[in-house]
Every structure is written in structure tokens, then in C-alpha cells.
Ligand binder design. Structure first.
Ligand SMILES: Cc1cc2nc3c(=O)[nH]c(=O)nc-3n(C[C@H](O)[C@H](O)[C@H](O)COP(=O)(O)OP(=O)(O)OC[C@H]3O[C@@H](n4cnc5c(N)ncnc54)[C@H](O)[C@@H]3O)c2cc1C
Length: 401
């Protein structure tokens, strides 16, 4: 029996994938392609929207570039995966159920938890009420609306990490009439080599972004941000990009989580407290030899694929293999006409090689556009999605190859 034929089979092994983001989609498509050979498996995906959110482009959405219409149910057609649009409100890890929109309850035998992360607006008072974020298309569109209505004024981008850099550059390029202040603790591109960092800084200067580092924002006000020490900086809009947090759903379900609410996983990406739950993407705390992986699409998609491979093995009565992943690049857009790409060692430290200008722009766009066609290819050739850098000696633990 195929996965699609088993939809109504009460005895089918129910795999429920929460979240159709980069990691959840990778898990669902990979598993569906492999589940065809199993007697009775039903894969169901639950997501807030039918449209796939290209989160890596949300800084572009915030500057009024329309997001692509990528339909998750359309992509899943022919795979046998059932798609349910809805908002997950609770997980009961003991009863193995998930509550959708408060009124529907779904049972699972195996859960893939891929609900992603959001900007951590709980970090300072006022951020939740007054700051914009790039956590969803709707959030980005709210900022786009605000920016389009500002004739002059100041936009404060809080956080000098990669999302802050890309956003500040995008806003400054699109709205040269606005003053863009990028505020953060660290120098932009701090994890890059000297050449890439210098290139990045020169690009921000060219775009007119005012960078202030070594500052701590302690409060967001309706029309300003307050820094440690008491200084305030007037702002007509504040974009909060500093840090991410994970929905409290997993912790509330009694799953073991870390201090950010991410599900603690074993080597095979199963919850350490509830092994019938796999955690993928930003919602998972995945430990490698070099440390806990930080949330990226680069690492998130492999976690989704690996969870699918592990479930497939488990359904065949085999043990899952340990997950291994090594970073290989940090591509950063600097507006639409510029970018810098830092190539990295598996632990994320910078190599000597980097790309800049046109080459980097093309590289970055190729990377950003690649997930969607990758899912399409995986439908027919699941193995095509199962290649990623394992990290070599950086992720090898004693006793593994
Ligand atoms: C502006 C920006 C630029 C970025 N650029 C890069 C980059 O260049 N390279 C890179 O590797 N990473 C980049 N990232 C990070 C990357 O986008 C994330 O790491 C990635 O999206 C994580 O994938 P995920 O599948 O875990 O979560 P997501 O992609 O966020 O997917 C989660 C899904 O779950 C859904 N969902 C959430 N809660 C619920 C609920 N309760 N009920 C139902 N559905 C729900 C969401 O709607 C979404 O569809 C960027 C992020 C931002 C914001």
C-alpha cells in the first residue's frame, strides 16, 4: 500500500510533521519519497499557511518586494503527504497528540517538530510592543508598510548579527532618504576573516548605514531606543533582530529543552526525553563536537532529511545513524547589488576564501533560491537531498566513521 492509499487506514503508522519551513519540508518530502516502500505509513504536515515562507528573503519583503507564491500543498501533490493548514496550540507528548487551532486533535506515532524560531522580543522591555520583527511574512509586511509611509526619519536596526546586517543594508539601499542606525554589541561580520569583514563594513558605509557597536539596548520605547547608560536614540521604526527564541510549546509538552526552549536531541535527532519525537531546524538544540548548532537553513534542511532517514530506518527495524553536519559558508546580502560570502570550516570559523561583489551576489541568490527546487527533486530522487557536508574530523566522535 502506498503512503497516499493509507490515508484512512487507522492502523497506519502516523508521522506528523509540525511546520512546513525549511526543515519540516525537507523531512516531509524525504520521508514521503521513502515511505512508498513501507506497508502502511501516513505522513501529515501541519503548517500555519499554505504558502511556503522563504524566511531568508524576509528582509526583502520588509522593503516591499513581494514574496513568491510557493504553495506547500501543490508541492506535496503526488507524494501521499496530507497537508493541514492550522495553528499548533499544544502537544501532549504522553498521549501522543497535537492540538490544532484549539479544536482539532491529531494522534501521532512519530512526531517531527519543526516549528522554527522567532525574534526574541522578550529580551528587553518594550521590544514586544514597539519593535518590528522578521519572524513571518506578516511581520515583514508590517515593517514594509511603515517604511513606505516614512518620508524622512530614523530606522534603528537592533542587532548586528547577520539578519541585522542584511536588513540594514536592504533598508538603506531601498530608502536612501531614511537614516539607518545599526546597533549591536559586536562588530558586523565578527565571525568573518579580515578581508570579508572590511568589505562588509565598506558596503555598509557606502549605503550610509551608521554602525554603532559595543552598545546594549535596554528598552524599546514607542519612538526611541534606550541604551545602557541612559542615552536614547530617536527612532521612527525599530527592527528587532537580536537573538531568537522558540515557542514554549515543546517545554509545555514536557519535552526536555535548553534555555532557549529548543528541544534537546540525541545523536539521531530524537528528543532525549521522548524518543518518538524528532526535532529539526531552529527548534532543535543539536549538539555536534564543536558545540550546539545555531539556527540556519544551511543546517536546518539536513536535520529534516536526517530525521526522515532515521524514521525510515526505524520503520525497517533498523537503528538510526548519528547526525553529523559541518558549516561551509556564510553568505550575506548587502542590498540587491552587493554581497559577501565567507567560506568556513565545519565549526563555522572563517577560511581564507571569500567572495565579494557580483560573484557573491550570484552565489547568495543561488543559495537562497535553492530549497524549493530541492524539495521538487527530492520527490522523485530522495537521495538527491541527502548530500550535505558531514564535517569530517570536526564532527567525528570516537567509534564513528
Ligand atoms: C532575514 C533572514 C535571513 C536569513 N538568511 C539566512 C541565510 O542566508 N542562510 C541561512 O542558512 N539561514 C538564514 N536565515 C535563518 C533561516 O531562515 C532559519 O534558520 C530557517 O528558517 C529555520 O528553518 P525552520 O524550518 O526551522 O523554521 P522556519 O523556516 O521558520 O519554518 C517554521 C514553520 O513553522 C510554521 N509555524 C511556526 N509556529 C507554528 C504553529 N504554532 N502552528 C503552525 N505552524 C507554525 C511557520 O509558519 C513556518 O512555516 C535567515 C533568517 C532571516 C530572518
Amino acid at each position: 500500500m502506498s503512503a497516499s492509499e493509507s490515508t484512512s487506514t487507522a492502523t497506519a503508522h502516523q508521522v506528523l510533521v509540525l511546520g512546513a519551513g525549511y526543515a519540516g519540508m525537507a523531512a516531509a518530502v524525504q520521508l514521503a519519497a521513502r515511505a512508498k516502500r513501507h506497508e502502511s505509513v501516513q505522513v501529515t504536515v501541519v503548517n500555519a499557511h499554505e504558502r511556503f515562507t522563504e524566511r531568508m528573503r524576509l528582509h526583502m519583503t520588509a522593503t516591499a518586494r513581494r514574496p513568491a507564491e510557493l504553495s506547500v500543498p501543490e508541492l506535496l501533490q503526488g507524494t501521499g503527504v496530507r497537508f493541514l493548514r492550522g495553528w499548533v496550540t499544544a502537544v501532549d507528548a504522553e498521549a501522543k497528540t497535537v492540538r490544532i487551532d484549539d479544536d482539532r486533535v491529531l494522534h501521532y506515532d512519530t512526531l517531527v517538530y519543526g516549528l522554527g524560531s522567532v525574534a526574541d522580543t522578550s529580551a528587553v522591555p518594550g521590544a514586544e510592543e514597539h519593535a518590528y520583527t522578521l519572524s513571518s511574512v506578516q511581520d515583514a509586511e508590517l515593517l514594509a508598510d511603515r517604511l513606505a509611509r516614512l518620508d524622512t526619519g530614523t530606522v534603528v536596526v537592533a542587532g548586528s548579527g547577520l539578519t541585522g546586517i542584511e536588513s540594514a543594508a536592504e533598508i538603506a539601499e531601498r530608502y536612501p532618504r531614511l537614516r539607518v542606525e545599526l546597533l549591536g554589541r559586536q562588530e558586523p561580520g565578527t565571525a568573518m576573516n579580515r578581508r570579508a569583514r572590511a568589505y562588509l563594513r565598506a558596503a555598509l558605509d557606502r549605503l550610509g548605514v551608521r554602525v554603532r557597536t559595543g552598545v546594549e539596548i535596554v528598552k524599546v520605547l514607542p519612538d526611541a531606543v534606550e541604551l545602557a547608560g541612559g542615552e536614547t536614540i530617536a527612532a521612527d521604526a525599530v527592527l528587532w533582530t537580536s537573538g531568537t527564541r522558540v515557542a514554549p510549546l515543546a517545554a509545555a509538552a514536557g519535552l526536555a529543552v535548553d534555555e532557549h526552549g529548543r528541544i534537546l536531541t540525541d545523536a539521531a535527532l530524537r528528543s532525549v526525553s521522548h524518543p518518538d519525537v524528532y526535532a529539526v531546524g531552529d527548534a532543535a538544540a543539536v549538539r555536534q563536537s564543536y558545540g550546539v548548532m545555531h539556527g540556519t537553513c544551511q543546517g536546518g534542511m539536513p536535520t529534516g532529511v536526517h530525521a526522515a532517514l532515521s524514521i525510515d530506518r526505524m520503520l525497517r527495524g533498523r537503528q538510526p545513524k548519528p547526525f553529523r553536519f559541518g558549516y561551509y559558508h556564510t553568505p550575506v546580502s548587502l542590498g540587491r547589488g552587493d554581497a559577501v560570502v565567507q567560506f568556513t570550516r565545519p565549526d563555522g570559523s572563517p577560511r581564507r576564501i571569500c567572495l565579494t561583489a557580483g560573484m557573491a551576489v550570484r552565489y547568495k541568490e543561488t543559495v537562497t533560491a535553492s530549497p524549493w527546487p530541492t524539495y521538487g527533486r527530492m520527490k522523485k530522487m530522495p537521495a538527491s537531498g541527502a548530500f550535505w557536508p558531514r564535517g569530517g574530523r570536526f564532527t567525528r566522535v570516537r567509534g564513528t566513521k
